[in-house]
Design a protein around this ligand. Structure first.
Ligand code: SF4
Ligand code: SF4
Length: 177
């Protein structure tokens, strides 16, 4: 009985070697991330952008509703006051500091849903990668999109009373179309 068991155990050795040889001949499945990336789904939204209005003013008013809605506590917002001499956004306040820790982000999109001005938008580009923790904290400078062609960047000098409301009203819907 003991002899049969020993033979059965010995038989496992060539089976083990055969498995190793078979695996050696296979193409490795390891992806050398982040240098090499698998194609993402076309519906993946992986990169936040801070949007502007057509006149170049920033949509973000520093309200931090996105930070409050974020389940991963990934967003940090610090607001400051607008003046007509130095206006960044319509209304009283703008985001002086806006940071997203992309190591925490789970791409849920709650920040987009919470934003009252459609300022923060996730867009379909490659998965964010980096080699350091600091490099994965996206600053306002990295997130804010460029002003439309022909419009000045922020801060702008504006006329008193022009941008008192924090949201520029959407254009009226043309019902004749
Ligand atoms: S996508 Fe979700 S997890 Fe990422 S910053 Fe927005 S709310 Fe936070
Ligand atoms: S991105 Fe939107 S929700 Fe977040 S601070 Fe700016 S205006 Fe408020």
């Amino acid at each position: 009985m003991a002899e049969a068991s020993a033979i059965s155990k010995l038989m496992r050795i060539p089976v083990g070697f055969a498995t190793v040889l078979k695996t050696l001949l296979k193409k490795p499945v390891t992806v050398q991330y982040p240098d090499e990336q698998r194609p993402m789904s076309a519906r993946f939204r992986g990169r936040h952008h801070l949007k502007r209005y057509e006149n170049g003013l920033e949509r973000c008013i520093g309200c931090a509703l996105c930070a409050a809605a974020c389940p991963a506590d990934a967003i940090y917002v610090e607001a400051s006051e607008n003046t007509n001499e130095q206006r960044f956004s319509p209304g009283e306040r703008y985001s002086k500091t806006y940071e997203i820790n992309m190591l925490r982000c789970i791409f849920c999109g709650y920040c987009e849903d919470a934003c009252p001005t459609n300022a923060i938008v996730l867009e379909p580009i490659e998965f964010p990668t980096g080699y350091t923790r600091e490099g994965m904290i996206y600053t306002k400078q990295m997130l804010l999109e460029a002003p439309p062609t022909g419009t000045p960047a922020t801060p702008q000098v504006t006329q008193p009373g022009t941008f008192d409301r924090p949201i520029i009203p959407f254009p009226a819907i043309d019902s004749s179309v």
